[in-house]
Design a protein around this ligand. Sequence first.
Ligand code: PMM
Length: 292
Amino acid sequence: MHPFPLRYVDGLPRPPRSLVMGVLNVTPDSFSDGGRYLDPARALEHGRRLVADGADLVDIGGESTRPGARRPSEDEELQRVLPVIEGLAGDGVLVSVDTMRARVAEVALGAGAVLVNDVSGGRADQEMLPMVARLRAPYVLMHWRAHAEEMSRHTSYVDVVEDVAAELAEQLEVARRAGVEPGRIAVDPGIGFSKTADQNWAVLAGMARLHDLGHPVLVATSRKRFLGTLLADERGEPRPPGERDDATTATTALAAVAGAWCVRSHAVRSTADAVRVASRWAAASSEDPARA
Ligand code: PMM
């Protein structure tokens, strides 16, 4: 048997494995792919490549959330993401929009996006949750404490796993009161957001506590700094983002075994392989429980 019952988000596909969300940042400054896909034609080409590699969803973002990043204006953000969303959704690709702004999310949904991925969990823009409720949009509610320029100052926890779970539960209640249907919400512990490297590992190891919230869980570790820190060289220099994909594959496989509903990744081919391996392994365990 799978160690956790796989949970799904209403309105999205339900394969017998974790979904794979490919990352497409249309920004000048994201930490690993910033500046590469600002040209819509290149972004579209890359989005199609992510799908060919096995992405179930392509997550399109126009605002970098790297620590210290400057926020673009709303119009700037829309200009970046809209042509890419229209192009990929027009091809039949399942597109999610990575935004903290209600208006950007609403326009993106109108252009064919099927999921709102809000790293602020509705805290950055008070209009977000009522809009998501009104349009009955599937929604990722991430654990978030502050915008990128100040999040490294908000890493104080009594017990990081319990505190993240409690803050997610509070925000789930805010979403419910705004009228968002619980069946349409996934939660995300926000790896790297207001968390130190050690706190990220603790949260990953505490996934069972997140499952207690009763919602599908998204896990996004791809190329993040805590992996660079783990794999630092003998002088203590972190491994650069472009050389963290093997570690991402490992965290992805472990997250899938721990029951992640969805894993978010830049390197989709290896991530898609990892979730299939994890799912087949779990199925074999259920075929022969005595030996599992
Ligand atoms: N991390 C980034 C961006 N979007 N969305 C979710 N749901 N969870 C995350 O942890 C997350 C995210 C960080 O930036 P990136 O796009 O360069 O990976």
